[in-house]
Each structure stands twice: as structure tokens, then as C-alpha cells.
Design a protein around this ligand. Structure first.
Ligand SMILES: NC(=O)c1ccc[n+]([C@@H]2O[C@H](COP(=O)([O-])OP(=O)(O)OC[C@H]3O[C@@H](n4cnc5c(N)ncnc54)[C@H](OP(=O)(O)O)[C@@H]3O)[C@@H](O)[C@H]2O)c1
Length: 370
């Protein structure tokens, strides 16, 4: 085994647009795991849409890697009683080739977990666990970290908690080309509902309808979004999956039916805006997901059930979700949509490129194989 490994660190404070020059390559000594730790070799890093915001807000420090990143890795040396050499795991690992993990460590950037999650994962983090060997045999690291990772689980629990969806339901899915939206739209279609997505531009809309096999897609950049919604949803909207916020949310809310349902899980519009919104953290998770006091009033008046949460709230039910999603993929009914970049050296360009138009699915950088 080599004595050093590579990592990308933030080279300078982020002001203005994110460029590859904001990353610096370092070569650092390979650590030995202490008792209670395991050394893992990172195969693939998921790049989250909030990466740039965290860099701009100082969450990722100059000279450091982003240690909140989710990754798929293989255990190469273990002195941790939970992990064995050769285990393929989900972990938080930074932009680097190796990482030390410990089953007793809490997740970086997230609150302490419940006893239920500890029992399900055998660790103190919702993001640190060994994938079951059968899943590792069936699915690539990319699929494990996308459909069977936080994106798939967010879509799965969102539709379950706000459901059940019925064939008569008119469903609007924001961020349909995105990692969560692409899965939510397919799950709603599998439930038999009429599903209409949103994307930035006619080409992307065409791609979405062809790829996800949903009923239609609306260009969210259209001048008169209200008129677009009126013509595509003549019976109104029964269910809204929203990871975006902003203009799309405002327009959909106007057409949400009495007794409708809304699942708010994110705010991609602000994360992909010209500059990521700074400012004080939102006081509640509902405000964080863009459910303002005015929106609450609309929801109350129309008796709309609106849920907003972090997927970690359902981490203790991960195995059931993995089984159901895996079965749907195996049957060819659910397709992973990923944006897979290969090569450690390409990571800076891939992260900076995430904030230019044209992305689809989960951005992942792969730099190792099993
Ligand atoms: N609650 C949770 O536990 C949880 C879990 C996962 C993710 N999230 C959050 O959910 C959000 C989406 O995550 P993701 O991983 O699905 O993101 P993603 O893969 O980056 O996709 C984002 C989507 O948003 C669309 N979009 C960007 N700007 C837009 C705008 N101004 N108006 C309308 N649509 C716009 C993009 O469509 P185009 O490319 O066509 O522009 C893209 O499809 C993020 O805020 C993320 O932090 C929350």
C-alpha cells in the first residue's frame, strides 16, 4: 500500500463564482488506524448541491477538504469491531482517496442519532454503515450511493409519508432532472399517477419525458409559468414534490387542490442561483425548505398536508427502503439517473461544473474500483 494519498482542499476563500482554481491538490501521509478505527479506500464521492454554499459560508475551511461529503468506500484495515476488511461502506469522506472512520463517531454536521439508528447501522452515524453483500453484488457504487443512498431514500420516504399516491392523482415534481426529483417522478409514475416534471429549457424537458417516461415536463423558465400550469393541470394538482422552492413553488401552490399534499425537502433554486444565499440559518426546518408564513396560510386554507424533514429522520427504516428500491430497479421499473465523472483529478472541474446549466441526476466522482 502506498505511504501517501491525495486530497483536494479549499485553496482560497470563495467569493464570486466557483472555479477549479479554488481547489488545491495535496499529498498527505496515509494514517494507521488506531484501536476503534478503520482505514477505508474511497471509491466514489457524491457531490451535494449545497457544496458551494458550504464553501462560501466558511463551513469548508481554507486548507481543508469537505468532510461532510458522502462516499462509497472499501475497508482496507480495520481495528473497529463493526467493520471487516473488504466491507463496502457508506460514509462521510471528504474529497480524498483514503479516510479513517470509526463506528463510535457521530456524523459530521448532523445531530446525534437515535438508538434505533445505532441498532440498524451498528454505528453512531446515519451515514456510516456497511452495505449488505447482496446489494454490493447487484449494484455499482454509483447506484448504491444514488438510488440506495440519501437521494433515493428521500424520494421513497417523501412519497410514502405524503402518500399514498393514487392513479387519479395529478402530481407535480420540481427538480425532475435532479437526483431526488428523478426518482420521485418515477416512483409517482409507478404508483399510476399522472406525473408532470419541471426543468430548465425545452431540450431538458424532452430528455426528461423520454428518460423517465413521465407524462409531461414544464420549462420552469417559461415567461408565463402560471398559464403553463393552468393548461397542463386543468384539474389542479393533488401532490407536489418540491426540492426547489422559488418561482416553481409559488406557481404550483396556486394550483394545489383542496386536501392536496406537498413534500418539501430542499431549496435547489437558491443553491443554484447566481450566488448561494447567505444569511442567518432558518429557524425551523419548514422555513429552511421554503414554507414561509404566507405559504403556511395557503396550506391551512386548503387543508393541504405539507411535510418537511431531513431524510435522517427515517434512517432506522433504511433496510426496507433499500429492499423496495432495489426490487424496482431489478424489475426494470426504476432507472438510476447519474452524472458520473471518472478520475480523481477531475473533481475540481466536476464540482465547479455542477453550478453551470445542463446537469442531470446525482453528480458523482469515481476514483476507485473494487
Ligand atoms: N431533506 C433531505 O433530507 C434532502 C435530501 C436530499 C437533498 N435535499 C435537498 O434537496 C434539494 C435538491 O437536491 P438534489 O440532490 O435532488 O439536487 P440536484 O440533483 O442538484 O437537482 C437539483 C434540481 O433543481 C433544478 N433547479 C435548479 N435551479 C432551479 C430553479 N431556479 N428553478 C427550478 N428548478 C431548478 C435543476 O433542474 P435544471 O438542471 O433543469 O435546472 C435540478 O434538476 C437540495 O436543496 C438538497 O440540499 C434534501
Amino acid at each position: 500500500m502506498a505511504e501517501t494519498f491525495r486530497q483536494w482542499v479549499l485553496a482560497k476563500p470563495l467569493e464570486g463564482s466557483l472555479e477549479p482554481s479554488h481547489f488545491e491538490l495535496r499529498e498527505v501521509p496515509l494514517p494507521e488506524p488506531a484501536p476503534g478505527q478503520a482505514l477505508v479506500r474511497v471509491l466514489l464521492a457524491n457531490i451535494h448541491s449545497a457544496t458551494r454554499k458550504r464553501m462560501a459560508a466558511g463551513g469548508t475551511k481554507v486548507g481543508s477538504t469537505d468532510s461532510t461529503n458522502f462516499a462509497c468506500a472499501v475497508v482496507v484495515k480495520s481495528r473497529d469491531p463493526v467493520f471487516n476488511e473488504g466491507d463496502v461502506i457508506h460514509c462521510q469522506a471528504g474529497w480524498q482517496e483514503y479516510q479513517l472512520v470509526s463506528s463510535t463517531d457521530a456524523a459530521v454536521g448532523y445531530p446525534a442519532v437515535s438508538e434505533l439508528v445505532k441498532t440498524a447501522n451498528g454505528t453512531s452515524s446515519p451515514f456510516l454503515y456497511a452495505f449488505r453483500p447482496a446489494l454490493v453484488k447487484m449494484w455499482s457504487p454509483s447506484v448504491l450511493m444514488n438510488v440506495l443512498g440519501t437521494s433515493g431514500l428521500t424520494a421513497y420516504f417523501g412519497l410514502r409519508e405524503c402518500g399514498p399516491l393514487m392513479p387519479r392523482d395529478q402530481v407535480a415534481v420540481a427538480g425532475t432532472s435532479g437526483s431526488v426529483g428523478s426518482i420521485a417522478a418515477q416512483l409517482a409514475k409507478i404508483a399510476g399517477s399522472r406525473v408532470i416534471g419541471f426543468a430548465g429549457g425545452a431540450d431538458r424537458c424532452g430528455w426528461i419525458v423520454d428518460t423517465l417516461e413521465i407524462d409531461d415536463c414544464i420549462d420552469y423558465k417559461a415567461d408565463d409559468l402560471d398559464a403553463e400550469l393552468q393548461s397542463r393541470f386543468p384539474q389542479g394538482i393533488d401532490f407536489f414534490s418540491d426540492g426547489v422552492g422559488g418561482r416553481v413553488t409559488e406557481a404550483v401552490l396556486k394550483r394545489l387542490n383542496m386536501n392536496g399534499r406537498m413534500f418539501s425537502y430542499g431549496s435547489a433554486a437558491s443553491l443554484y442561483g447566481e450566488s448561494p444565499a447567505a444569511g442567518a440559518p432558518a429557524p425551523t426546518i419548514r422555513r429552511m425548505m421554503g414554507i414561509s408564513e404566507e405559504v403556511e396560510e395557503i396550506l391551512r386554507r386548503r387543508n393541504i398536508k405539507a411535510e418537511a424533514w431531513m431524510v435522517t429522520d427515517f434512517a432506522h427504516e433504511r433496510l426496507k427502503a433499500e429492499d423496495d428500491l432495489s426490487r424496482l430497479m431489478f424489475a426494470g421499473r426504476l432507472k438510476p439517473v447519474t452524472n458520473l465523472v471518472e478520475g480523481f483529478e477531475k473533481l475540481p472541474e466536476a464540482v465547479a461544473g455542477l453550478y453551470r446549466a445542463g446537469r442531470s441526476g446525482k453528480l458523482q466522482v469515481q476514483f476507485g474500483t473494487l
